[in-house]
Ligand binder design. Structure first.
Ligand code: ADP
Length: 611
């Protein structure tokens, strides 16, 4: 992708060259020997001659007027004194060209034009990347790829950012500085110029930066770190310089650099290409940050979801020294985000958003916005005027797990699928303290063939040990049910085993939940998810300790698996009725699940779920 503009440039040049080669053929000039050409004149077949210093071109009588073939010959070096009298004698119309015409300039002109155009195009391209040149022309072609750092007036305000109260508060402190920089400068107050917004994707980092510019009513310049990668060396740095220059000119202003980690990784550890370019760009950003005097009322916000990989130089005092953390929203914040984005939507009952907010733990602000959009699309497809609860639920499942897939599943496999899901559901139902069951389905969606959906009873910030142990039982109960009701296990438990193992490993190696090993951080490798500022470095362990961790993990999983098997055996008849019901209905909601599992299989007549 990064080479596309070059390719275009070369194609263009190549095209011009080819056309230059072709054009003489198109005007049909044949090069002939001088003697041959003179013979034509003698034969009286020539109507017109164009005589230049070193060559002569003739057009024959019969061809004149239409699309004449021209014959051209180079005249002898010493000239031919017979030529002019001969032309006169044969009554040929003679046009004489001045020495410069038809000679050097004629040859050089296309080349000059070509080179000029090439230079113009290249400057234009650089201009686009550097953000300096106005719209129009071929430069527009590259706009999509090298979007120029924009100076927009942002109309977003803090009211558009729901939740994130702490982050909002910290960023809001800068509003006054941007509004009245003089007031701060007068008393010699040093206001932080660099703010690092840290948080998982979609939590509103860009939104918050825009809101700052919007609240202060100052220009907003934004760019993304990833745009600097793939570009040839030197351009990124130039672009950074130009953007800061523009921002200084427009000061007070907000500069936003998204995905700072893609350029701001620790120097000297670049993977693959683009390394030099990244370092240069990073150095330029550092230089710009250092170059702010206190008069420049420019605030630079940068966003990242990998603060752990950032070059420490970026975080030094005077650079991105103020750190603002944005977290995934909790239930109340999710409700507030849904409210903001549902402002313009015709909801059948706004109270439905409560349940959606409760049922979307782990969703980011961007996910919630997407959910509402999907629900609106679903309503439009139904040609309905309002968005119903069913639209919202469907959208939630879609965003969480992907779209429903049509997959040909054989009855036998379908039965196994139902047994597997019934196992998870039953374990969740019979385990005290587990999350609330919400829905079970054997409709394939996204990558999953079926699903048991649970809702957290309340927002959890720490996970107690007994809750985690019950999670292991629930995860392994699908497999246990297959074993108990069908007699064999299958590969369907692949993801369950993976997740259970990862969880058990965390319990042992991170959270000290194995009595023998105790509270020791025994992680083998660095974890990558966003964890605020602290990321544990990998440790070296003795092989003996590593083996003990493995043993403890295996023991935890074995215990959970046995407990799952016990639960399934104990409630076998109820589970069988759940399997039957699931096979016939494909989706069961909370009430239907309860009906199967608590009454020993006497299913109450229930409404058919919407699907
Ligand atoms: P990030 O920069 O953290 O990846 P964005 O700011 O680009 O996330 O968020 C994408 C979109 O999600 C925003 O434009 C906004 O519509 C929505 N969004 C995210 N967080 C919030 C929030 N806290 N309040 C309201 N909308 C949000």
């Amino acid at each position: 992708m990064g080479r596309a503009p070059y390719l275009l440039l070369w194609l263009f040049t190549f095209g011009i060259l080819i056309s230059m080669l072709i054009i003489p053929n198109q005007s049909r000039t044949e090069i002939v020997a001088y003697s041959q050409l003179k013979q034509m004149i003698r034969d009286g077949t020539v109507a017109q001659a164009i005589v230049a210093q070193h060559e002569i071109t003739v057009i024959r009588k019969e061809a004149a007027g239409t699309d004449p073939i021209r014959f051209r010959a180079v005249t002898p070096a010493q000239g031919d004194p017979e030529l002019l009298p001969l032309l006169e004698k044969e009554n040929v119309t003679v046009t004489a060209l001045a020495p410069s015409e038809g000679s050097l300039l004629t040859y050089l002109l296309p080349w000059l034009v070509l080179i000029g155009f090439y230079v113009w195009l290249q400057r234009r391209m650089m201009g686009q990347m550097g953000g300096g040149v106005g719209p129009g022309g071929i430069g527009e072609l590259f706009k999509g790829r090298f979007s120029k750092p924009t100076d927009q007036r942002s109309r977003v305000t803090f009211a558009d950012v729901a939740g994130q109260d702490q982050a909002k508060k910290e960023v809001a402190e800068l509003v006054e500085f941007l509004r009245e920089p003089e007031r701060f400068q007068q008393v010699g107050a040093e206001v932080p110029h660099g703010v690092l917004l840290m948080g998982p994707p979609g939590t509103g980092k860009t939104l918050l930066a825009k809101a700052l510019a919007g609240e202060a009513d100052v220009p907003f310049f934004s760019t993304s770190g990833s745009e600097f990668i793939e570009v040839f060396v030197g351009v990124g740095a130039g672009r950074v310089r130009r953007m800061f220059e523009a921002a200084r000119k427009a000061a007070p202003a907000v500069v936003f650099i998204d995905e700072l980690d893609s350029i701001g990784r620790t120097r000297g550890t670049g993977l693959g290409g683009g390394h030099d370019e990244r370092e240069q760009t990073l150095n330029q950003i550092l230089a710009e940050l250092d170059g702010f005097d206190d008069k420049a009322a420019v605030v630079v916000l940068a966003a990242t979801n990998r603060p752990d990989v950032l070059d420490p130089a970026l975080l030094r005092p005077g650079r991105f020294d103020r750190h603002v953390v944005l977290n995934l929203p909790d239930k109340t914040a999710r409700r507030a985000i849904l409210d903001i984005h549902a402002r313009e939507l015709p909801l059948a009952d706004p109270a439905n958003l409560d349940e959606i907010a409760a049922g979307t733990p782990g969703f980011s602000g961007a996910d919630l916005k997407n959910l509402l959009n999907e629900a609106a699309i679903a309503a439009a497809r139904r040609r309905a005027n309002t968005i119903t609860e069913a639209d919202l639920q469907e959208a939630r499942d879609k965003v969480m797990m992907g779209t429903v897939r049509t997959l040909a599943i054989q009855p036998e496999e379908r039965h196994r699928l139902a047994v597997h899901e019934a196992g998870h559901t039953a374990a969740a139902f019979y385990t005290p303290g587990a999350d609330l069951l919400y829905k079970v389905t054997i409709i394939p969606r996204g990558r999953a063939l079926g699903g048991t959906h649970m809702l957290e009873k309340e927002e959890r910030h720490t996970l107690p040990e007994d809750y985690l142990r019950s999670q292991l039982v629930i995860l392994l109960a699908g497999r246990a049910a297959e074993q108990e009701l069908i007699g064999t296990v299958s590969s369907g438990a692949d993801d369950d085993i993976k997740r259970a193992t990862a969880l058990a490993r965390s319990m042992v190696a991170r959270w000290g939940m194995d009595a023998d090993l105790g509270p020791v951080d025994l992680r083998q490798s660095e974890d990558h998810p966003f964890l605020g500022q602290t990321i544990a470095q990998p440790h070296e362990h003795a092989d003996r300790t590593a083996a003990r961790v493995d043993d403890a993990v295996i023991a935890l999983l074995k215990e959970a698996s046995d407990e799952a098997a016990r639960l399934i055996t104990e409630h076998r008849s109820q589970i069988s009725s759940l399997v039957g019901e699931l096979e016939s209905q494909e989706v069961l909601d909370r009430e239907q699940i309860e009906a199967c599992l608590s009454d020993g299989g006497n299913v109450r007549p229930l409404k058919r779920p919407q699907h």
